[in-house]
Design a protein around this ligand. Structure first.
Ligand SMILES: [Zn+2]
Length: 311
């Protein structure tokens, strides 16, 4: 999709169309309902926005231009344009001012400034590392703003702390039999489901549970921790945890308050520190089974699998 992007000069509208295409792909890949936050999906896969990907290509291409041999035509054209821009920045449009904007956006202008003054530019590996680090930093900040804005991503924001390949997706890759369970967890995390036939919004609405007669605000928490409809599946989960894991591990899980417990079972490993990696992995395999079972048996939460996800 980005072939030749080094030389593109996109306006906001065209870039936004590309971002939308990426968001559609991501939602389809993860089986999310339309309208689910693309940033949330991107975060689970550890991907950058299309804009950042294009910027990276342009920045790496910039070094290739600068370091090409002096008699190369493309380098000479670039240097002429660069000098024209230097002495008349407001009159020049296109490739050079676009690069200047990108360098400034990622706090990389000092390298260009240094090149203009001394002719020196970082080595290939050094430049690549700096470019990736700086873009990543900007992307993480952008992702945080985007994902913290959506109310339906409340659980997501507590669980997914960084945009990188999520542990659930890693599980699904390593154990293909977990694919369906992981698909359900991903939908719950991204707020991509219905409650009593209405799309989940994350608003603090009070729902009345037809199964147990109680009121709840958070449908996932109600299903996972309180509802009598899911009591049996829940008891099974605790029995398995008690039977399978050492006492210290069980005590640790039992000592968590409701919010921390919810975060932990959905993949925030903050409270898992100090435990053996295999134990943690086994815990999440058991939990994945239980979450998918509990969510599937609730009569008020609707998760749409497969083709129904693309409305
Ligand atoms: Zn209930």
């Amino acid at each position: 999709m980005l072939y030749g992007a080094e030389l593109w000069t996109l306006n906001r509208e065209k870039l936004s169309k590309l971002e939308k295409v990426q968001n559609i792909f991501l939602r389809v890949c993860l089986g999310l309902l339309s309208g689910t936050s693309g940033s949330a999906a991107r975060g689970l896969l550890g991907l950058w926005t299309v804009g950042a990907e294009i910027d990276k290509r342009k920045l790496l291409f910039l070094r290739r231009l600068i370091c090409a041999s002096e008699d190369c035509v493309h380098r000479r054209v670039f240097m002429i344009r660069l000098n024209r821009w230097r002495w008349n920045p407001n009159k020049i449009t296109g490739f050079v001012p676009d690069l200047v904007r990108i360098l400034q956006k990622y706090c990389l202008w000092e390298y260009m400034d240094n090149f203009l003054q001394s002719g020196n530019f970082p080595s290939k590996s050094e430049w690549k590392k700096t470019v990736i680090e700086n873009i990543n930093h900007t992307e993480i900040e952008f992702w945080k703003i985007k994902t913290q804005r959506y109310k339906q991503l409340g659980l997501y924001s507590q669980v997914v702390k960084e945009p990188m390949r999520n542990l659930w997706l890693q599980f699904a890759l390593e154990n293909s039999e977990m694919a369906n369970q992981v698909a359900i967890i991903v939908k719950i995390l991204c707020g991509s489901f219905y409650v009593n036939g209405v799309r989940f919004t994350g608003e603090k609405t009070q729902f009345h549970c037809m199964s147990c007669g109680n009121y709840y605000i958070n449908p996932v928490k109600h299903a996972m921790l309180h509802c009598c409809e899911t009591q049996l599946a829940r008891t099974k989960l605790w029995e398995r945890i008690t039977d399978f894991f050492p006492v210290e591990f069980v005590v640790n899980i039992n000592s968590l308050d409701e919010n921390n417990l919810m975060q932990t079972i959905f993949g925030n490993m903050q409270f898992m520190q100090g435990h053996d990696n295999n134990q943690v992995q086994n815990f999440y395999i058991i939990v994945a089974e239980s979450i998918s079972q509990i969510i599937t048996i609730t009569s008020y939460i609707d998760i749409y699998l497969d083709s129904e996800t693309i409305h």
